[in-house]
Design a protein around this ligand. Structure first.
Ligand code: HEC
Length: 217
């Protein structure tokens, strides 16, 4: 008898736990996975602190082997406009459709929080990316390590320049952004043309009976 009561209590307790877990899962699925809410400041701070600790100390201490000359900054700028600006913006403020929609957001890299990171830490982040965020790893897996690393170090020089970019430099960067609106427009026209071509070939087949009827008139 006593055993029966115990098992009934146990089953009841399990049912409650199960129901709670289901509610939690549903709640998470409905609200918790959205990237829309602004990440709470404390969460962002903790995530950055954890990121800092998880980057090896020796990597953080590495000095930039590339001289900070005009050529390096120019290289970094072109590379940034081509590969990074889509999320970070040419000005590094992260105010782009993608940068604003990611969780965590693409940060404003002109601010102290980024500028205070060491060259080695910036380099490590560029090469390895940041797990569970939108930041991709850009390090080479193709064996061309030397050249790729040089590019990343140039990017570090360029990141240092973000807070002082001139209007002229921003103009120049726009020319290096992946595709201008006109280019996209032209590509779309070509696609539409080709799609139309495919369609007319289709409609000459038997599938388009309404077309057949029209032709019989
Ligand atoms: C698909 C979007 C995306 C692209 C493209 C991208 N990033 Fe990022 N990046 C992010 C996000 C999101 C973060 C924030 C990560 C975090 O919170 O830890 C970030 C963070 C960083 C950081 C750390 C800055 C800080 O203060 O936390 C550096 C440095 C960086 N990116 C450099 C680059 C460079 C250089 C490129 C181009 C080669 C690039 N990123 C391309 C999304 C992107």
């Amino acid at each position: 008898m006593a055993m029966k009561r115990v098992s009934r209590v146990l089953i009841g307790a399990l049912a409650v736990v199960g129901a709670l877990a289901l509610c939690a899962a549903l709640g998470f699925a409905l609200v918790g996975v959205s990237a829309r809410p602004e990440p709470p400041a404390l969460e962002a701070k903790l995530a950055r602190a954890a990121r800092h600790l998880l980057i090896p100390r020796a990597a953080r201490a590495r000095a930039n082997p590339q001289p900070a000359n005009a050529e390096a900054i120019e290289e970094g700028m072109e590379h940034w406009a081509d590969h990074c600006a889509i999320c970070h913006g040419n000005d590094g403020k992260g105010d782009t459709a993608i940068g604003r929609g990611l969780y965590p957001r693409a940060p404003d890299m002109t601010l102290a929080a980024t500028q205070e990171l060491s060259d080695g830490e910036l380099f490590w982040i560029i090469e390895n990316g940041v797990k569970l965020t939108g930041m991709p790893a850009w390090g080479s897996s193709s064996g061309e390590e030397g050249e790729e690393e040089e590019e990343s170090w140039d990017l570090v020089h360029f990141i240092r320049r973000l807070p002082r970019l001139t209007a002229g430099e921003l103009d120049e960067m726009r020319r290096h952004n992946p595709s201008s609106r006109e280019e996209i427009e032209r590509e779309r026209e070509i696609e539409d043309f080709l799609a139309g071509d495919r369609e007319s070939r289709h409609s000459s087949g038997k599938k388009h009976r309404s077309d057949d009827k029209k032709h019989r008139h």
